[in-house]
Design a binder for this molecule. Structure first.
Ligand SMILES: *Cc1c(COP(=O)(O)O)cnc(C)c1O
Length: 431
């Protein structure tokens, strides 16, 4: 394949950016995926789908296996990390990451399960208020969950769902349109269920404003933070929202199927009257093991737990959330804006005629993910994506025509972004 070197003058040298990066050594704390040959390092830009493994996870998993092997049932109470309070022991790290009191967050289940559990409590349709506002292009699992909840209440999604979409010919949702939809439907909205970051475009929604408008309209406001947690700044207790759910295997590097998270606003800490689907792990721990017949929920988000936590799916989060904590939200955010900004500027400089970046340019309207549409149609886009994979760049593909690349501030470098853009430019020149 002929090489078409990029005009050298156009892309700023990444080296000074990497040298000045206060988080550059954090990369060493991860085992980064290899190319298919199992030896050559890949350029891993797929943390939006599955984060890489923090090195410390091996050790903690080994220790956990040893605890199980050597202590057996005593591991529930003994050892460096006893299993009974395992989820609670990680809640402070989780709370600080999402801007919430540890009481109001919990690690449990997986995302879609948590969405159902919290809708069981918070989607309580009445004759006057039964509608749910979601985006038309919602992640399928969220759409299925919402539809099935509506049916579960004996209602018809066709009449009960209010959907919002970008305007004709646009990719991004406009805040003004979201606010107008809330306003127009104010009298009938029971629930607003939107993504903090849209998975296909990488757009960050204005969670503070939309939540405030939703509450003013009398609706319950829930957020799906699958693509926002560990990516966009979150200040859950500062926003007037009711609940949020997220998964932990994307930006949070919790490993495949990792235990997910949920947030419930502090005003519900002692709302023991709320209908909820109960299990023994949500019971007041002081009397949980008295094994009584009546459910007495513990205050806070932990009162929504059902079962004892899956330790092997939770342990990696003890490691990865500690890395987030050490990195610090300020430095994380600054690097994220700079790293993705570097990628975005590079694409605009070198590939403007070839690639349309549909992710917003303003740093507070995006996280680290860039969503790229290759000009020349889906077939060409598919070829470009395949060629990028063949060159060892791991990103992902979203139908019908979007390539997603997510340079993560904890483990990606400016040099990797530059190399990725160089590959793209070479591929474009021959595709
Ligand atoms: C990743 C993702 C999910 C995945 O759901 P699981 O229950 O974790 O399998 C759901 N919703 C959104 C918006 C996502 O981005």
């Amino acid at each position: 394949m002929p090489l078409h070197p990029m005009p050298a003058a156009t892309l700023p040298d990444p080296a000074p950016f990497d040298r000045a990066d206060p988080l550059r050594s954090v990369r060493e704390r991860f085992e980064l995926p290899q190319q298919g040959d199992g030896r050559t390092p890949a350029i891993y830009l797929c943390g939006n789908s599955l984060g890489p493994m923090p090195r410390g996870v091996r050790e903690l998993m080994q220790q956990t296996l040893d605890d199980w092997a050597h202590r057996g049932v005593r591991g529930h109470h003994d050892g460096p990390r006893p299993w009974i309070p395992y989820a609670e022991s990680i809640a402070p790290l989780l709370g600080s990451l999402v801007g919430a009191d540890p009481m109001d967050v919990v690690l449990m289940n997986t995302l879609t399960v948590n969405l159902h559990l919290l809708m069981a409590s918070f989607y309580r349709p009445t004759a006057a208020r039964s509608a749910i506002l979601i985006e038309e292009a919602a992640f399928p699992s969220d759409k299925y969950a919402v539809d099935s909840q509506i049916r579960f209440h004996g209602l018809d999604p066709h009449e009960t769902l209010v959907t919002i979409a970008p305007r004709q010919g646009e990719d991004l949702l406009r805040t003004e349109d979201l606010l107008a939809a809330i306003d127009t439907n104010a009298g009938r909205l029971a629930l607003i269920m939107l993504p903090g970051v849209q998975y296909r475009t990488g757009q960050v929604l204005d969670m503070a404003r939309i939540s405030a408008a939703g509450k003013a309209a009398g609706a319950i406001v829930g957020w799906d933070l699958a693509h926002a947690v560990g990516n966009a700044p979150l200040c859950l207790s500062g926003w007037d929202i009711d609940f949020a759910v997220w998964c932990s295997y994307k930006y949070l590097c919790g490993g495949p199927g990792a235990t997910a998270g949920a947030y419930v606003h502090q005003r519900y800490r002692k709302r023991f009257d709320l209908p909820r689907l109960a299990g023994w792990w949500g019971h007041d721990p002081a009397t949980r093991f008295e094994m009584g017949p009546d459910f007495h929920p513990m205050p806070g988000a932990a009162g929504w737990q059902l079962s004892n936590p899956p330790i092997f799916s939770t342990a990696p989060l003890a490691v990865s959330l500690a890395i987030y904590q050490e990195a610090g939200s300020q430095r994380f955010r600054e690097k994220s804006a700079a790293l993705t900004g570097y990628a975005q500027a590079g694409i605009a400089m070198l590939l403007r005629d070839q690639i349309e970046c549909i992710t917003p340019v303003a740093p507070d309207e995006r996280g680290c993910q860039l969503s790229l549409r290759v000009k020349g149609g889906p077939e060409r886009a598919r070829r470009v994506f395949a060629a990028l994979c063949a060159r060892g760049v791991i990103g992902d593909w979203r139908e019908p025509d979007v390539i997603r690349l997510a340079p993560h501030p904890l483990y990606n470098s400016f040099a990797e972004v530059a190399a990725c853009l160089r590959h793209l430019a070479e591929i474009m020149a021959s595709a």
